[in-house]
Structures are given as structure tokens and as C-alpha cells.
Design a protein around this ligand. Structure first.
Ligand code: ADP
Ligand code: MG
Length: 258
């Protein structure tokens, strides 16, 4: 048996932050964006991160995604690289829907005939089976986000990081995409870390809601959402939870005189 000095790996699908701090810039221009954030997300858990604009939500997600490095503390993930989705679908405009979804499969070296079947299955998953030959500009905003979701799912990762992915959509489209995301999350047993400033959306989707303080971002409150699924965003239970989160968020924002 050989001795090993590597830290214990986290379970596949788990996300852990240990005293994560992030400072942008240096000297008198330094901005403390996150201050000692510790968080454990269990495999298969759906966690929504809520906080005022500028409190460090995107910073936190980017650190988990590995797009940026922490200034202190650390992020622990299982083996898998997380998939990331933003408010902007960031599709290749010159490629068809099929070709966009195929990109991660190509990059992973999935053989061509297998790719075809995988793309078709992914497009069925997001209910775009008939739109594979279209280009992004021929689709609505909601459909473009479905393509982005299919492309992220093509990574086959158990961890999905979502930064206000439905923020630019109208309420009806968003509502439908909440249903779809909930179904896909539950079918695939994904771990989701979802950033939003929309408290109703958080209450609709989350197993657990985490509230960040205004800058520097610290976890100041969290709550378990024990409402059975599938949920309705306009249900009284969701409204009650959303009202409580709103009240906490208001207190936090007014404390900072914004
Ligand atoms: P949120 O997503 O919650 O709106 P961000 O994570 O984008 O907040 O930003 C948190 C804070 O860090 C903000 O004050 C923002 O101006 C600052 N910030 C974010 N990215 C950078 C950067 N690359 N350089 C300097 N400051 C940044
Ligand atoms: Mg942001």
C-alpha cells in the first residue's frame, strides 16, 4: 500500500466551499467580494443562492466553475467538471441547434454515429426535437435557453451551475422552463447551484435557499423548502416562503442604505 498526501475527494455530485474569500484588485482599489463563505451542497440537492445585485453571487459561481481562483479558502468538487449556464445562452450563431448541442460531445471525443443519437435524445429532453436544423436567431429566447440547457447536459456532468439563466425571459416562458428544469433535475439526479435575485423563482425551485449579505457576500440565512414537487410558482406555500425571503432581503439591503 502506498501512502497518499492528496486531500480526500468529495463525493461525485457534491459541492463544498470552505471559507471561500475573493478579493478583486489590489491595494486601495481592492474589492472584497466574498468573505469566508462555507457551504455544503449534497449530491442531488437543488440549492438557490439569493442576494442583492453586486453581493457576489456570480463571483461564487465562477469560483465553483473554476473560471476564477479563490483568494482564500477552497472549493471541493467530486471528479466531474460542472456545467455552467448564464442569462445569455451564448450559442454559436452560425451553427444549427443540433451542431451547437453536438459541440461538447465532439470535444469529448464521442464518435460521430453515437453523437447523432445523443443529440437527438437531448433535443427530445428539452422538447426541441423538431428544431434541430434551425439556427439560434430563428428561435425565441426561451427556446435558445433550452438549447443552452441541452448543450450543458451534453457534458454529462452531475453538477449544474446556473447564473440567472431565466432572468431575461418573460414570466410565462420562465414558468414553463422551471417545470422542465425540475423534471430534468429529478430524472438525472443532478446537483444544481442556481443563482437568482428572484425570490419566487428560488422558492419555486429550491430544496434550500441561501441568502447572501450585500458586499462582501457572506451567508446570512438559509431555509429548507419542504413544499412537495412538482410545485406551482403561484401556489400559496411558495408565496409564503418568497415573502419571508423578500423580508430578509429587504432588511439586508436597507441595512446597507441602498
Ligand atoms: P452579483 O452576481 O451578486 O451581482 P458579482 O459577483 O458580479 O455580484 O460581483 C460582486 C462584486 O465584485 C461587485 O461589487 C462587483 O463590482 C465586483 N466584481 C465582480 N467581478 C469583478 C472583477 N472582475 N473585477 C473587479 N471587481 C469585480
Ligand atoms: Mg451576477
Amino acid at each position: 500500500m502506498t501512502a497518499t498526501t492528496t486531500a480526500p475527494r468529495s463525493a461525485t455530485g457534491s459541492v463544498a466551499l470552505r471559507g471561500v474569500t475573493k478579493v478583486y484588485g489590489q491595494g486601495e482599489h481592492a474589492v472584497l467580494a466574498l468573505d469566508g463563505v462555507s457551504l455544503d451542497v449534497a449530491p442531488g440537492e437543488f440549492v438557490c443562492l439569493v442576494g442583492a445585485s453586486g453581493c457576489g453571487k456570480s463571483t461564487l459561481l465562477n469560483l465553483v466553475a473554476g473560471l476564477d481562483r479563490t483568494s482564500g479558502g477552497r472549493v471541493e468538487l467530486g471528479d466531474a467538471k460542472p456545467g455552467l449556464m448564464f442569462q445569455e445562452p451564448a450559442l454559436f450563431p452560425w451553427l444549427t441547434v443540433e451542431a451547437n448541442v453536438e459541440v461538447p460531445l465532439k470535444l469529448r471525443g464521442v464518435p460521430r454515429n453515437e453523437r447523432r443519437a445523443r443529440v437527438a435524445a437531448l433535443l427530445r429532453t428539452v422538447h426541441l426535437a423538431d428544431f434541430g436544423r434551425k439556427r439560434p436567431h430563428q428561435l425565441s429566447g426561451g427556446m435558445r435557453q433550452r438549447v443552452a440547457l441541452a448543450r450543458t447536459l451534453a457534458l454529462d456532468t452531475p453538477v449544474l451551475l446556473m447564473d440567472e439563466p431565466f432572468g431575461a425571459l418573460d414570466a410565462m416562458t420562465r414558468d414553463i422552463l422551471h417545470d422542465e428544469l425540475e423534471r430534468i433535475w429529478s430524472e438525472r439526479k443532478l446537483t444544481v447551484l442556481f443563482v437568482t435575485h428572484n425570490v419566487r423563482e428560488a422558492a419555486r425551485l429550491a430544496d434550500r435557499i441561501i441568502l447572501l449579505s450585500s458586499r462582501p457576500g457572506r451567508i446570512i440565512w438559509s431555509t429548507q423548502v419542504d413544499v412537495p414537487r412538482p410545485r406551482r410558482i403561484d401556489s400559496p406555500e411558495i408565496a409564503t416562503i418568497a415573502a419571508e425571503v423578500t423580508a430578509r432581503l429587504r432588511t439586508e439591503v436597507s441595512r446597507h442604505g441602498q
